[in-house]
Design a binder for this molecule. Structure first.
Ligand SMILES: C[S@@+](CC[C@H](N)C(=O)[O-])C[C@H]1O[C@@H](n2cnc3c(N)ncnc32)[C@H](O)[C@@H]1O
Length: 173
C-alpha cells in the first residue's frame, strides 16, 4: 500500500457521532461490526470498552501511533483554520463552533491513539483498503463506512465506489 503519511489528514469521530449518523440501535451495537475507513475515530475504542465487537480497517493503520499522532498535530490547526474561514458553509447545531468541533474531534482522536497499540495487537485495527478486503463472506453482520465513500467523489471514481460497495456487501449477512 503506497500511502505516504503526508497524504493523510487524520480526522476522527466518536461513538455518539457514529450512532447518530448511522441511526444505530442497541440491537445494531451488538452485531459483529466492520468499520471500514475507521481512521482515527474512537468508535472501535469506545465500543470495545463497552464489550461490543468491532474490527476497523484503514490504510493509515500501517503507521505507528506516534506517526499518526504527529500527523494529527501537524494537520489539526490547518483544518480548524479552514473551518473557521468557511464556517458559513456548516450547520452549527450539536457542534456549536469551530473551537467546539476541534475539542470534539481531539477528544475522539485521543481515545483512538490510546487504544491503537493494544487494539492493533488484538487485531481490531487492520491495514486494508477498499476496494479489496480480505474478509470472509458473512464475517460481519454490519459494515459501516463513515466519511469515505461519497465524501471524496472528486478523487474517488464511480468504479471505485461501485467496487467498494460490492466488496462490503458480502462481508455481512
Ligand atoms: C475522513 S476519514 C474518516 C474516519 C472515520 N471513519 C470517521 O468518520 O471519523 C477517512 C478515512 O478513510 C481512509 N481511507 C482512505 N482511502 C481508503 C480506502 N481505499 N479504503 C479504506 N479506507 C480508506 C483514510 O485513511 C481515512 O482514515
Amino acid at each position: 500500500m503506497g500511502l505516504k503519511l503526508e497524504q493523510v489528514v487524520p480526522w476522527g469521530r466518536s461513538l455518539l457521532e457514529y450512532t447518530q449518523m448511522f441511526d444505530l440501535t442497541q440491537t445494531d451495537l451488538q452485531l459483529r461490526i466492520l468499520d471500514c475507513g475507521g481512521g482515527p475515530a474512537s468508535f472501535n475504542a469506545e465500543m470495545t470498552r463497552q464489550g461490543y465487537s468491532v474490527l476497523s480497517c484503514d490504510p493509515v493503520y500501517q503507521f505507528s501511533r506516534d506517526e499518526i499522532q504527529r500527523r494529527i498535530e501537524e494537520t489539526y490547526p490547518v483544518i480548524i483554520q479552514q473551518v473557521e474561514v468557511n464556517q458559513h458553509c456548516y450547520v452549527w447545531r450539536e457542534i456549536q463552533s469551530p473551537e467546539h468541533l476541534g475539542q470534539v474531534r481531539m477528544a475522539a482522536m485521543r481515545q483512538f491513539l490510546e487504544d491503537f497499540p493494544p487494539g492493533k495487537h488484538q487485531g481490531r485495527y487492520r491495514t486494508h483498503a477498499l476496494p479489496v478486503l480480505p474478509f470472509a463472506t458473512r464475517q460481519f453482520d454490519l459494515a459501516l463506512c463513515s466519511h469515505l465513500l461519497f465524501t471524496y467523489s472528486d478523487h474517488l471514481s464511480l468504479d471505485f465506489h461501485l467496487d467498494s460497495i460490492r466488496e462490503l456487501l458480502p462481508s455481512c449477512h
